[in-house]
Design a protein around this ligand. Structure first.
Ligand code: MG
Length: 270
């Protein structure tokens, strides 16, 4: 097509600019440079250009009470189930809410395959930017992170947003609700299975965020790590604590419980 007048030509140039801006909008999300490729994908670890998961409206936290066979980890009062660095659990508790404070919080008990329920909230009015300002995480066995992040309006690399298996798998969709609102994760987790010092079945997680499935029996590539490809250690424990990350931000928690998953046709341990 020939341009018949200078005005038409400038209109086409303007159109071209708009198209270019739209198609590169993901590139504006800050990722990490120089990271390895994630196997089976055309994306790098913490890739800012990876497609942002579609946002879905959700009703916010499911406030499921602990079933009869659950171990209550936080009931609004006691931190008896927890420790920070092997010592007293020093995270703040205010008005029934647990507030992330210096040092990761981890359970005294250890677990293998589990169902976990946890409710969390980014306090209203947080200044957030990518991974900064609204970051925590729940680590199954102390090793496998499901990311907690302010992801309602805050964009980051998709393998680091709320509901991601951090550094490995973005959530299928973004079910995040705004700051100041309670959100929930219901997680079913299975540890890896080893045979003769090698992984035969990777660790696996299903994550339901605010009632929405965001990870469906997804396998971890290995234990959670930053900027690197996850891998499995030679020696792997059979169980480990549930750990809540302190990333410098006062993320709030309530109603936390866990159910160890038994095996079909086997009576539970007495
Ligand atoms: Mg985190």
């Amino acid at each position: 097509m020939a341009f018949s007048s200078p005005m038409k030509k400038s209109a086409w140039l303007l159109f071209g600019c708009i198209v270019a801006t739209t198609s590169t909008s993901n590139a504006q999300v800050k990722g990490e440079e120089g990271t390895p490729m994630i196997p089976g994908t055309p994306y790098r670890v913490h890739d800012g250009s990876r497609p942002q998961p579609p946002q879905v409206q959700s009703a916010g936290a499911l406030t499921t009470p602990a079933p009869g066979d659950a171990k209550v980890l936080f009931d609004g009062k006691s931190l008896d189930a927890w420790t920070v660095g092997g010592k007293e659990a020093t995270w703040k508790v205010e008005n029934g809410t647990l507030i992330a404070s210096p040092g990761d919080l981890q359970t005294k008990d250890t677990f293998g395959a589990v169902q976990v329920h946890i409710e969390w909230r980014i306090p209203a009015g947080r200044q957030v930017n990518g991974q900064a300002g609204g970051n925590s995480g729940i680590f199954l066995m102390g090793l496998y992170e499901v990311q907690i992040l302010e992801s309602h309006t805050n964009k980051t690399y998709p393998d680091g947003q709320a509901g991601a298996l951090y550094g490995q798998k973005p959530p299928l969709v973004n079910a995040s609700t705004p700051q100041g609102e309670w959100q929930s994760y219901d997680i079913a987790f299975e540890p890896p299975v080893y045979k003769d010092g090698k992984v035969v079945t990777p660790a696996k997680a299903t994550v339901i965020h605010n009632g929405v499935v965001v990870q469906h029996g997804e396998e971890y590539f290995g234990t959670s790590t930053y900027r690197n490809l996850a891998s499995y250690p030679e020696n792997h424990p059979t169980d480990g604590p549930i750990r809540l990350q302190f990333h410098g931000d006062p993320i709030e928690f309530r109603n936390i419980w866990v159910r160890p998953l038994g095996e079909r046709d086997k009576a539970p341990a007495p």
